[in-house]
Write a protein that binds this ligand. Structure first.
Ligand code: PEP
Ligand code: MN
Length: 680
């Protein structure tokens, strides 16, 4: 054989091997596709098992036999098959319980900073111990940027530092969390171990500048003072400072960062443990768009956001409820409420699962003492008494959480006024709807002009109104009726309310208008036709504004209460119910005012109940008698349409009360309320 012949024989053989390898890959790919289909079928069936040992044994025996018949080594063939089977099993596992797209790929996590920053390291550690086993980390320059990426669905999670054992709370995170509708789904603690590092070859140069994040510089201030003459240079990120020094090695410049960041950027560590105090722990919260369910039995923590009525002892009443049930608070922090100067929101972390009997009962009581209670999430407890519970083993091997049964004897030690029976008043500015003071919401159906709403405001204020009503966005039965004009009307209503110092009530019809209505209104009305607009109700659950929820024409009392729960479950506890007439076989009134339902509601809920006689009566002369009956049956107040010149109004002129009608109404109400120990 010539050299040429040998070479071409070799080429041919190599081409054959390439062809067979390609076929092997195609066959394997085809096999995996079928395996996946089987996995989906198994995943959809509740009775199926992932691993069928008998089938695997048969498969292996058959494969080995065929391999040996073909002249292959049996053990070699068995090893190949084991690899193939193991990979198939893992592919199928993803269809069990987690058949969603999220399980097919690594979850993405937004953090603030650059690779090897402490947030990046904490995210790595946390996700190694979560079910996902790994993550794709995405750095952002700011905390707000990371939160935005999560809200917009560009990432699955965001991991943000919330407090440091030396530097304290990171206030911005609480603000971001309060302003978003995100949930806390996990926590992580990272031991911060700062090192001082310089560029390679510069170990001997005297240090003139030290770069790091301002918090890190503050944590090493005693050490930095000892480095006499060195200037601290604040940097946006610890790892970013290390990256920059790698790019531009500068004699005399050192960075303070994690060991991991310094090593990753080829720097030389010249001093470890440069922080003033050890341990230096940072706690992180993992945020997601949806709540995650923590199985009972895993030690858990729950985070809450509360907004309290501005009255003496409000916070201590809430704390007493937790104390009486031996619920351990791990953190309480107050942050200013940006909407109302000198009012505060409280962040509380406590031990326990939100659905545990003791905690659930405590939360029910706490809701009655707060304007707003948002459960930010229940998540596995990874910190305890300063100890850091690392990894899944710590969680897995921990004894099942002791589910606190309600401590009945201790409950009696709660001051008796905490076990509120009856109505919980809803605070509206200086007023309390549902107390001994009977609430009168008066004003026109719709805001029509500056002159009209100002005149109406003056008229109802003189008559003795507690609040001014006026629709800016008006739901009208007919599309040809006056519809209200929107933002301009909101501004006019707000101005008119301010001029006579009355809180204003107006209706919200669409989620798109929520921010505008929250900015202008003191109470947000949900009209009868929107009572079961659950998206709107959920949105109102997130805002810290009282809601006047009107009963739908065809809704039962239970349906009205469920609608209210949509709002309270979202956090907003300030809901006022309103009976406004229902559809019955009776046609002599516009709709039938269901005063029986008012009496029922007073026994079924602690929420205040108001009555709107105007929309039920439909005509002026029936409004006063129905209003008096509502007060007699125990309503907490009335919402009544009134207009200085009803004949000139664009909406429902036949039912608005004049100032004379209002006088008659107030006169009629006084003796009824006095007999009940209430006043106007
Ligand atoms: C209103 O109060 O102006 C109104 C439209 O009421 P309802 O939703 O009860 O019809
Ligand atoms: Mn109306």
């Amino acid at each position: 054989m010539t050299t040429n012949q040998a070479a071409s024989g070799m080429d041919h053989a190599r081409r054959e091997i390439d062809r067979l390898d390609n076929e092997l890959v195609q066959v394997l790919a085809e096999r995996m596709r079928i395996v996946q289909d089987v996995g989906k079928l198994k995943g959809n069936r509740t009775d199926s098992i992932l691993l069928d040992p008998e089938r695997e044994r048969l498969l292996q025996a058959r494969w080995k036999q065929r391999a040996e018949e073909a002249g292959l080594s049996g053990p070699f063939a068995a090893r190949v098959l084991r690899e193939v089977l193991s990979h198939s099993r893992r592919t199928q596992e993803s269809h069990f319980g987690k058949a969603d797209e999220k399980a097919q790929r690594l979850p993405t996590v937004a953090y603030q900073g650059e690779p090897h920053s402490y947030s990046y390291l904490a995210a790595g550690q946390l996700f190694d111990t979560r079910a996902e086993k790994g993550s794709e980390r995405m750095g952002h320059r700011t905390f707000a940027g990371a939160v935005e990426a999560l809200r917009e669905g560009r990432v699955d999670y965001a991991l943000l530092p919330t407090e440091n054992s030396i530097a304290g709370t990171i206030g911005e995170i609480g603000q971001l969390l309060a302003d978003s509708d995100l949930y806390v789904v996990d926590e992580e603690t990272w031991p911060v171990e700062h090192v001082l590092a310089v560029s390679a070859g510069q170990e001997q140069a005297p240090i003139t500048h030290v770069r790091s994040h301002p918090v890190a510089l503050a944590q090493c201030s005693a050490y930095l003072r000892r480095l006499s003459g060195a200037i601290s240079e604040p940097w946006h990120d610890t790892a970013g400072a290390a990256a920059c020094l790698e790019k531009e090695p500068t004699p005399g410049v050192a960075v303070i960062a994690s060991e991991e960041a310094c090593v990753a950027h080829g720097l030389v560590i010249i001093q470890r443990n440069v922080a003033d105090r050890e341990p230096n722990l940072t706690r992180f919260l993992l945020l997601a768009r949806e709540e995650e369910v923590v199985p009972m039995g895993i030690p858990a923590k729950t985070s809450l956001l509360l907004s309290l009525d501005h009255k003496q002892g409000a916070l201590s009443e809430v704390l007493a409820i937790f104390a009486a049930r031996s619920i351990n608070l791990t953190r309480i922090e107050s942050r200013p409420d940006p909407q109302t100067p000198w009012r505060y929101r409280f962040f509380i972390d406590l031990e326990g699962h939100r659905d545990e009997e003791g905690l659930a009962a405590a939360l029910d009581l706490v809701r009655r003492h707060c304007n707003m209670v948002r459960v930010l999430g229940t998540y596995p407890m990874r910190t305890e008494d300063g100890r850091h519970l690392k990894g899944p083993d710590a969680l897995g091997s921990a004894p099942p959480a002791k589910v606190e049964a309600p401590v009945v004897e201790r409950v009696e030690s709660v001051p008796s006024e905490l076990l509120v029976a009856g109505t919980t008043p809803v605070q509206v500015g200086p007023l309390h709807v549902g107390g001994d003071h009977f609430t009168m919401i008066l004003g026109p159906c719709a805001v029509e002009s500056a002159a009209q709403i100002q005149a109406a405001a003056e008229m109802v204020s003189r008559a003795g109104a507690s609040m001014l009503r006026g629709g800016a966005f008006e739901p009208r039965t007919s599309p040809h009726s006056f519809q209200g004009l929107g933002q301009e009307e909101l501004d006019l209503l707000q101005a008119a309310g301010r001029a006579v110092e009355l809180p204003v009530v107006t209706e919200l019809m669409r989620i798109e208008d929520l921010d505008a209505v929250v900015a202008a209104a003191d109470v947000i009305q949900v009209g009868a036709r929107n009572m079961q607009n659950y998206a709107l109700l959920r949105a109102l659950g997130r805002v810290d504004r009282p809601v006047l929820l009107k009963r739908d024409l065809s809704a039962t009392v239970d349906e009205l209460l469920s609608a209210a729960e949509y709002i309270t479950a979202g956090g907003n506890q300030r809901v006022i119910l309103c009976e406004r007439g229902i559809r019955t076989l009776e046609t002599s009134t516009r709709s039938t005012l269901d005063l029986g339902a008012v009496a029922v509601l007073k026994t079924r809920t602690h929420l205040p109940v108001m009555v709107d006689p105007s929309h039920a009566a439909g005509v002026r002369h029936l409004v006063v008698p129905l209003a008096l009956a509502a007060a007699a049956v125990g309503a907490d107040g009335l919402i009544v349409e009134a207009h200085p010149n009803p004949d000139e109004t664009l909406s429902d002129k036949q039912r608005a009360l004049t100032s004379e009608d209002l006088e008659e109404l107030f006169q009629g109400l006084r003796p009824i309320l006095a007999s009940q120990g209430r006043w106007l």
